[in-house]
Design a protein around this ligand. Structure first.
Ligand SMILES: Cc1cc2nc3c(=O)[nH]c(=O)nc-3n(C[C@H](O)[C@H](O)[C@H](O)COP(=O)(O)O)c2cc1C
Length: 245
């Protein structure tokens, strides 16, 4: 790969890794990406959620503060915590990594057409409202993380045809829409087309190595990777319907 297609100055990459088995293909992808980026002089931080024992259950333990001790309303507590520095240390640490990074990578296997629960719980707890991560007019292209990149790197049990537009499981872009649009773009990230590896259990060693080479190329070329073109807030009327429809 020519150096001109890569980032010219060191950047900060935050990988959130969600797989219970270190020797899985997900584990190999994260290690390959981390090594390639570090080797090219970039800074990489990995939150290996299973290794950390990350608690995915969202409740009062998210906070060191309480605005209403008699009734738990998460978004109200998030607003209160944002105003009073009241997030629990495990959530605050993840927020700090999000603000630190230039690009976020979510590495996960597709489980039940979505995120593994540990990663969904990470989003539930860390993407807090009240203006810290979203809210108060900060969403989509006016979001807190506008100007940063995000990408899902996903392994999928089924082969590509079953996830095509006429396929039995439906298009993979639609399955990933809640994550790419509803989570990553919602909080302001520019979303890169996902890196997808289908049926890693059914491919041989040499093909796996080829996928790891492609993944190294993808992460080193993240800045020029194709992005998903979502409409901007200005494209919608005051009922949030596209003006052009
Ligand atoms: C709980 C669970 C749910 C799964 N759901 C799906 C699914 O919805 N679609 C699919 O294609 N594969 C599904 N799979 C298969 C995984 O996506 C597949 O095993 C994984 O991506 C392979 O990567 P790995 O070898 O790194 O684990 C599921 C597996 C598990 C354990």
């Amino acid at each position: 790969m020519s150096i001109s297609t890569q980032w010219k100055s060191p950047v900060r990459i935050f990988i959130v890794h969600a797989h219970p088995e270190p020797n899985s293909f997900n584990g190999a992808l994260t290690r390959a990406g981390q090594a390639a980026l570090s080797g090219a002089g970039h800074e990489v931080v990995v939150s290996d959620l299973y290794a950390m024992g990350f608690n995915p259950v969202s409740d009062r333990r998210n906070f060191t503060t309480a605005s209403d001790a008699s009734y738990y309303h998460q978004q109200s507590e998030e607003a209160n915590a944002a105003a009073h520095n009241g997030f629990s240390p495990d959530i605050q640490a993840e927020m700090d990594k999000l603000f630190w990074c230039d690009a976020l990578i979510l590495q996960f296997p597709l489980w039940w057409f979505g995120l593994p629960a540990i990663l969904k719980g990470w989003v539930d707890r860390v993407f807090a409202s009240g203006g810290r991560i979203y809210g108060g007019g900060k969403w989509y292209d006016r979001g807190v993380f506008a100007g940063k990149l995000a990408m899902c790197s996903v392994t999928i049990g089924g082969p590509p045809p079953i996830y095509s537009s006429g396929g039995l499981n439906g298009p993979i872009a639609e399955i990933l829409f809640p994550i790419n649009h509803g989570m990553l773009y919602f909080v302001g990230f520019t979303v890169i087309e996902p890196f997808l590896v289908h049926a890693p259990a059914r491919i041989g060693h040499s093909e796996r190595q080829e996928w790891l080479v492609r993944y190294r190329e993808r992460v080193l070329g993240l800045v020029r990777a194709p992005t998903i073109a979502y409409p901007k807030l200005a494209d919608f009327d005051d009922t949030y319907v596209l003006k052009s429809i």
